[in-house]
Every structure is written in structure tokens, then in C-alpha cells.
Design a protein around this ligand. Structure first.
Ligand SMILES: C[S@@+](CC[C@H](N)C(=O)[O-])C[C@H]1O[C@@H](n2cnc3c(N)ncnc32)[C@H](O)[C@@H]1O
Length: 358
């Protein structure tokens, strides 16, 4: 049996364990520690991931239990599993409670392409694909292709355009990841993406209970139900039936209006960079509007708006408006360390900001 095609050598388990213990370790570092070729280790890890995903989805199809697991299992479990979701194909399901702000998974992309999700260079993509091991190629081609809903006639470009994500907000470059690709959409998503050091990250946006589906938001959030549904149908070919889309009409209209208002204020805040007190008042208003939606303020939104408040009040504005808009969406700005309970008055914010800066 070729070295990268399976087998039970102990080093394979050791490689998997090393990656689990320290997700920041690169394959080259693992290979160096095990004294194995990088290609062999890469292939062994991909095989192990595939087996794990398969075992999990088989478990899911045999009847996934919403009750969660006992405490002994919890320590060894990934916080998610890939499982069938009625009406949506496969999806990600929490295997335990996941807390707001927690990192759910971080992945190195298997394919990247410049030129965005639509205009990416197919040749560039195909060249990268051809250089991957056959097991990783298989893992890519089992992902969903929106142009081949019954799985017949899938293409690499179809799989890529269905699943790839921008490398950070507004980036023209796209990346394809094997696990994060399985996250389905909800207009009241409980998870969000971040791009850090060449890796795609999935974070928890609002607390997720064990057995609950982990969903991201595929489209612009600040839109009415009809606008969201039209966009999802056109771009991804499905009709959204999430709890926000299914709300009773009066409530739905009220929430649609709040979403649009948040969108307008969100755009107005960076424009007010040189009137900090007005801008901070808007930040407070936005956070209040989120609360009127009847659920906790999502973690990503709160981080972004607290970042606004800090930058505006401390006068530490990035050089240009576009830099500023980019910076406010970066995950891990550390501002979550500053509780909103402190209020947003300059005299409270400034010392906290300085403390935060070390
Ligand atoms: C990135 S994939 C998500 C994972 C996919 N369900 C799978 O089986 O691999 C996007 C596709 O998932 C399906 N999908 C995502 N969210 C959905 C939802 N809320 N309702 C129905 N289908 C959904 C759509 O077919 C969409 O084109």
C-alpha cells in the first residue's frame, strides 16, 4: 500500500493528534516533527479528515440525537459535525453548546483563486486542483454544486462558485474550505466568517445549543425579507425558510424596517469620522436597534460597532475611509475585551482603549 493511501502506522494518528492539539501547526511543521515527507503527511491528514467527515455524516443519517452527549465525550469532540439537514442537503450541527465569540473551526483553504467568486480564473483553479492528491480532489468534488442540484454533471467551477468565500470582507480573492463549505444559510445566522493569516475561520455569533444547526449569512443582512429571498434564489437557487423569513407578517415588516435602518446607520457611521460624538450616538442607536430584534446583539456586529466607537472617540482613525471600513470588519480586534456595560462616553472609553493598547 502506498504510504499516503491509508494504513495504520502510529505516526498517522500522531499527526492527526498534533493538528488537533495545535490547529496553528502547519503541515510542514508536523512533517518535520515526524520526520516524514510533507506530501505524505498532507495526504494522511486529508484522508483522516475525510474518514472523520464520512463517519460523522453516517452517524447523522442514522438518526442524529439533539440531546447532545455526555461530559466524557465532550472533551474529545469537535464542536460541530457534518450531518444531513432536512431540505438543505448536508450542514453543520453543534455537538455541544458553543458560546458567543468562540472559534468553531479554522481551516486552510484547499483551493484559492484571484478575481472574486464570479470572475475567478478557471485555469488557475484547475492547475491547483490537478496538483492535489486524489483524496483531496474527491473531497472537493463531493461538495455541493448549485448548477447540478442532483449531483449529476458537477464541475470544478460549479463547486467553487457555490462554496468559495472571499478572503476577508471585500477581498477580490476567494478560498474554498472543506468543512466551512457545509455551513447553510439563515437570515438569523448564529455564526460568521473571518479570514486570518491565510485561514478561513468560523466564529459563533450568538450562543448555539448542542444539536442546533450552525448557519452563516450568505447575503447582505440589511435587506427586507423579499429582497433577501430574491437574492438567495438568484445566487444559490433555494427559497429560504429560516425563522426570520417565516415570521408572521406584522412582525416581519417591523423587523425588515429595523434591518434597513441598521444598514443605513452602519453606512453613515464611517462618514461621521470627524464628528465623533455624533458617530458614537449612532453606534449606540444601532446597538439599541439590534436589541429591538428580540435577540442578543450578534458578536460580529457588536465587535464592529465597538471598534467604531473606540476609533472615533480615541481619534485613532486609520488613514483612509476604505482602510477604516476594512479594519472594522477584522475579527479578533480584541475589543470584545471591553464590555459594553462601560458605556460609550469618552472619559470611560479612552482609558480602556489605552489599557487595551498595552
Ligand atoms: C455552500 S452550500 C452549503 C452546504 C450544502 N447544503 C451541502 O450539502 O454541501 C450552499 C447550498 O446549500 C443549500 N442551502 C444553504 N442554505 C440553505 C437553506 N437555508 N435552505 C435550503 N437550502 C440551503 C443550497 O442548495 C445552497 O446552494
Amino acid at each position: 500500500m502506498p504510504e499516503d493511501q491509508g494504513g495504520h502506522d502510529p505516526w498517522r494518528q500522531e499527526a492527526v493528534q498534533m493538528q488537533k492539539d495545535d490547529p496553528e501547526l502547519t503541515i510542514s511543521q508536523i512533517a518535520a516533527r515526524l520526520n516524514k515527507p510533507v506530501k505524505t503527511v498532507k495526504s494522511a491528514l486529508a484522508n483522516a479528515r475525510k474518514k472523520e467527515a464520512l463517519a460523522k455524516s453516517e452517524k447523522g443519517s442514522q438518526g442524529y440525537s439533539k440531546e447532545g452527549r455526555n461530559d466524557n465525550d465532550k472533551a474529545n469532540l469537535l464542536p460541530y459535525q457534518i450531518a444531513p439537514i432536512p431540505g438543505k442537503g448536508l450542514g453543520l450541527v453543534a455537538t455541544r453548546k458553543i458560546c458567543r465569540g468562540e472559534l468553531i473551526v479554522q481551516e486552510k483553504p484547499v483551493l484559492t483563486a484571484s478575481g472574486g467568486l464570479v470572475g475567478f480564473a478557471l485555469k488557475q483553479l484547475q492547475t491547483q486542483f490537478d496538483q492535489l492528491s486524489s483524496s483531496v480532489q474527491d473531497e472537493i468534488m463531493v461538495l455541493y454544486d448549485k448548477h447540478a442540484p442532483d449531483g449529476v454533471g458537477k464541475t470544478l467551477s460549479g463547486v467553487f462558485s457555490t462554496n468559495a468565500l472571499p478572503q476577508g470582507v471585500g477581498s477580490p480573492d476567494a478560498a474554498l474550505c472543506l468543512v466551512i463549505s457545509r455551513a447553510n444559510h439563515s437570515c438569523i445566522s448564529n455564526a460568521y466568517h473571518g479570514w486570518v493569516d491565510g485561514r478561513e475561520r468560523l466564529y459563533c455569533d450568538t450562543d448555539i445549543e448542542s444539536g442546533e444547526e450552525i448557519c452563516t449569512n450568505y447575503i447582505q443582512w440589511h435587506r427586507t425579507t423579499i429582497q433577501r429571498q430574491d437574492a438567495l434564489q438568484a445566487q444559490f437557487g433555494f427559497l429560504c425558510g429560516c425563522p426570520a423569513c417565516m415570521e408572521e407578517e406584522t412582525l416581519r415588516k417591523k423587523h425588515d424596517a429595523i434591518r434597513c435602518q441598521i444598514g443605513e446607520l452602519d453606512e453613515a457611521i464611517p462618514e461621521l469620522a470627524f464628528s465623533p460624538s455624533k458617530a458614537v450616538a449612532l453606534v449606540e442607536k444601532v446597538l439599541g436597534l439590534y436589541e429591538q430584534l428580540g435577540r442578543p446583539v450578534p458578536h460580529a456586529a457588536e465587535q464592529r460597532h465597538c471598534y467604531d466607537a473606540f476609533q472615533l472617540q480615541s481619534g485613532m482613525l486609520p488613514a483612509s475611509p476604505s482602510r477604516y471600513i476594512q479594519a472594522r470588519t477584522l475579527p479578533g480586534t480584541g475589543l470584545e475585551a471591553v464590555p459594553r456595560a462601560h458605556g460609550m462616553k469618552t472619559e470611560t472609553l479612552l482609558p480602556l482603549w489605552l489599557q487595551h493598547q498595552g
